[in-house]
Design a protein around this ligand. Structure first.
Ligand SMILES: *Cc1c(COP(=O)(O)O)cnc(C)c1O
Length: 406
């Protein structure tokens, strides 16, 4: 296990930081995002030889020791080199980091693993979170595998297919009137009052630590090099900040001298961070709504840190429409062989926008984060093109006749 030597808290949108003692971490987490620091050096990097322990390969840079109690296999998701998509986008070095290949099909499984590994070691019986869907599904499945009770708070608008998966995994689920923010508040209060373990993504510093392993994997998968640009969907912002921290730590460990630009992709119908980035609002805004439930966060918990991280990387924020995400889902399915949910397709949908606005050059090495599978909520996986469906009698003549017609 890596030894956390200090912690700091990021206080506001300008990135103002304050060091805190490790004993204070629990108390200050309501003031801002807590970041753990290690004693950086090459000794914290993984060995050259491959191993088979997924995310735990980076244990020297994680705050939780893996005693292999957590039973699901997390991390080591593939970095795909999608030939058709490369040709179509005209980007020769386009890569997809495919987080749909996690136990429950989203990048949330990394944070769940680290939180539950700690919970198992601490003998915790009940763990709670609030979620728009994927965190909850991930926690429900992980807790089921760990023999821990999961109590989950979801907004009333939760996708039914995801809700069914939580219930199927045996979680207790509270559907909260008042949306995601109200669900988070209630879950945190319940954690305090009933003594439950809190997995809430913006508050538990371990979630950031878990999500940074995506960056460590990308670096290894590119032959121990960092990409030029990473596009990442942003809801609360922990996914992007985790990636930023991962690349920063690689630099502090002497593995790279430069950092990738990070482009945060939001949904047009809910883009508080993009608006804050442009100086138009505080990082809260009235959403008009989006089909991308995974990034539909009106008041991002991690706003100060994610704004700082994007700025420091030389990156930017963009927003994509629901229509662009649906189009990206189709392209990823038909040209890439991957089934993705709307939030999971947002970063890919952002590539075109990043190209036209000059945030991205075609000769750069670009990694697009694909965060969530479409299989958990197949509603958006339907094709709008029925031209390739044929209804035939069971004769070869009919098949032949149909082929001639198209
Ligand atoms: C949670 C989630 C995101 C965004 O992650 P944040 O850490 O909240 O910014 C993106 N895509 C999917 C599919 C998600 O579930």
């Amino acid at each position: 296990m890596g030894t956390v030597i200090s912690a700091k808290v990021v206080l506001d949108d300008s990135g103002l930081e304050r060091p805190v003692s490790l004993e204070q971490v629990g108390e200050v987490s309501s003031m801002g995002r807590v970041e753990f620091m290690y004693s950086y050096g090459p000794h914290l990097l993984p060995p050259l030889a491959p191993s088979n322990d997924g995310m735990w390969r980076y244990q020297a840079l994680l705050p939780v020791q893996n005693k292999a109690r957590y039973p699901l296999a997390v991390g080591a998701t593939p970095l795909l080199a999608p030939a058709n998509l490369r040709a179509q986008a005209g980007i020769a070095s386009l890569w997809l980091k495919d987080e749909t290949r996690s136990p429950t099909g989203s990048n949330k499984d990394r944070a769940t693993a680290i939180v539950l590994e700690q919970a198992l070691q601490d003998g915790v019986r009940t763990v709670t979170c609030a979620s728009t869907g994927n965190v909850a599904v991930s926690l429900a499945a992980g807790a089921a595998a760990s023999g821990i009770e999961a109590v989950i708070f979801v907004p009333a608008c939760v996708a039914d297919a995801k809700l069914q998966l939580m219930l199927l995994s045996g979680a207790k689920v509270f559907k909260v009137a008042g949306g995601y923010e109200a669900a988070v508040e209630l879950s945190r209060q319940a954690a305090c009052t009933f003594g439950w373990y809190d997995r809430n993504t913006g508050y538990n510093p371990c979630t950031l630590e878990a999500k940074k392993t995506v960056a460590l994997e990308i670096w290894e998968q590119l032959g121990r090099q960092v990409p030029d640009v990473v596009l990442c969907p942003v809801g609360d912002g922990v996914t992007l900040s985790g990636i930023a921290k991962g690349f920063r730590e690689l630099m502090w460990c002497g593995a790279t001298e430069r950092l990738p630009r990070l482009i945060g992709v939001q949904a047009e119908g809910c883009q508080p961070l993009k608006r804050a980035w442009e100086g138009r609002d505080q990082a809260t805004s009235m959403p008009t709504g989006t089909i991308a439930d995974g990034i539909a966060v009106a008041a991002p918990i991690n706003a100060p840190m994610v704004l700082r991280d994007v700025r420091e990387s030389g990156g930017s924020f963009i927003a994509v429409s629901d229509r662009a995400m649906l189009q990206a889902i189709s392209v990823l399915a038909a040209e890439g062989g991957i089934w993705v949910e709307p939030a999971g397709a947002a970063a890919f949908a952002g590539v075109a926008c990043a190209l036209t606005t000059g945030l991205l050059e075609r000769n750069e090495r670009v990694v697009v984060l694909i965060t969530g599978t479409g299989l958990k909520n197949p509603r958006y996986l339907s094709s709008r093109d029925c031209n390739s469906l044929y209804e035939v009698e069971a004769t070869l003549e009919e098949v032949e006749r149909s082929l001639v017609h198209c």
